[in-house]
Design a protein around this ligand. Sequence first.
Ligand code: SOE
Length: 397
Amino acid sequence: MTLRVAMIGYGFMGAAHSVGWRQAPAAFDLPSDVDMAVIVGRNEAAVAAAASKWGWAESATDWRAVIARDDIDIVDIVTPGDSHAEIAIAALEAGKHVLCEKPLANTVDEAEAMDAAARRAANRGVRSMVGFTYRRVPAVTLLRDLVAEGAVGEVRQVRAAYRQDWLVDENEPLAWRLQKEHAGSGALGDIGAHIIDMTQFVTGLAVETVSGVVDTIVKQRPLLDAGAASSGLSGHAGSGVGEVTVDDVAIFTGRLSGGALVAFEATRFATGRKNQLTIEVSGDRGALAFDLEDLNSLQFYDRTAADDRQGFTRILVTEPVHPYVSGWWPAGHLLGYEHGFSHQAKDFVEAIAHGVDPTPSFADGLHVQRVLEAVERSSEHESAWVAVAAHEPALLT
Ligand code: SOE
């Protein structure tokens, strides 16, 4: 069987997903062949160039016509969040398996409609999945497996952060990721969604309540040059300025089912941190820690070890026994950011071929969307802030 893929969108995630679709069949023995059939975008010349560059057989500009085709089996949505719901629901109702980038949607209402469409489609054997690819970094899957087998004991606390700094420059122009009508939210939904999903994935516990604050640090930015192609991350400044309508930073606390507290931080203003996602799970028997800037490693602290040898040990997650690694290289030959997208493509193809619903599901994506909205509601009610009496620190004399 061959699964023929149509990818809608061609920005940064379009590039990453294209690598995933191209590499997965080379690295793993998949139950179905994958045909990178068509890539879709509004700019005819730009999407044709993307097709040629990334290995898509065709390019097109009308996503509705593409999802109506009988020779398409999978629709991979990598557009900004403002089109996820319309495209995903139409594709599911057309009987196409759907992979949709994170966050699932821009609002809870949209995410609920997508989840409902996914449930209806699943009854017809149509599969759907959300693109939280960091679950599929081998060290993160191993972190989840070790927590599940009790390596840290009872989860008592989690720390999860995703820090970038591409907006520290006030002259970075107003790309779509900075406009609520396109992105839904800023750092909170773009990178906060990842750490919410990852926390739930590795602990097996759901975020039940939150309290937090979101803030916009730079409130106006130069408008994008009208003709500039933008991946939403950067582009060329044009003339004039526009309002930033999303958050630059989100800091919030979550309470997990079972009672453990989580400290979350999602920011685009962590000067010097380029793409640092970190998570640390603390339990009564030990701790596990992951840092995306060292993505082939996992730090493990075992409180049950003899007193004279306790300390964080580094697990190099490159052994064939480790998740996904057997598809690649011998021990010690490291993987990168892009491999998670191949693992995502592999797992999606296998789920479709084996007739099972993949994870994370649209229901998982909907729960993340509810957490995002709860953080925004919490931030709007600043009554949780308690003023502290002014203090004049004594000057050094
Ligand atoms: C921008 O913050 C971004 O591209 C996110 O949108 C992706 O989900 C993340 O993997 C890398 O950074």
